[in-house]
Design a protein around this ligand. Structure first.
Ligand code: TYD
Length: 131
């Protein structure tokens, strides 16, 4: 599986760091939705779904967490701990997020509005779809 990381330019200086995210400049889609996870529990694993259409970019703004990405052929475990780096998640990729640090803030940019019909929440169905 091809894992795409996007490295953001840090416009920071001696006052601190600054990263800007812009449609079709450093983000490879039009941003329709932004959501973020915080107060996550270290022992809780979440996600457990794939999307039919949706493309997303995940950025850990603070702390760290791990992603399991699975395209039906290969599973890859990824540590996200750098706010200057985005993890691009294609459609038809099963994802699970876990090992959240206590201070983790996980930002997700998405190319569509929330749509439950776009979710595949059953792993066996996902495997059937990607076969
Ligand atoms: P859920 O899909 O369980 O989160 P995760 O994939 O991170 O485990 O989403 C939790 C709840 O939030 C669920 O009721 C759907 C809702 N939700 C929205 O209303 N809008 C959104 O953009 C997202 C991602 C979730």
């Amino acid at each position: 599986m091809d894992i795409k990381f996007i490295q953001f330019q840090n416009h920071g200086d001696d006052r601190g760091s600054l990263v800007a995210l812009e449609d079709h400049k450093n983000i490879p889609f039009t941003i329709k939705r932004v959501y973020y996870l915080f107060n996550t529990q270290a022992q809780v694993r979440r996600g457990f779904h794939a999307h039919k259409q949706l493309k997303q970019l995940a950025v850990v703004l603070k702390g760290s967490c791990r992603f399991l990405l699975d395209d039906g052929k290969e599973k890859i475990d990824i540590l996200l701990d750098n706010p200057a780096q985005g993890l691009f998640i294609e459609s038809f990729v099963w994802r699970e997020m876990y090992d959240f640090s206590e201070d983790c803030v996980l930002l997700v940019l998405a190319d569509s509005f929330y749509d439950e019909l776009d979710y595949i929440r059953d792993y066996d169905k996902f495997l059937e779809e990607v076969k």
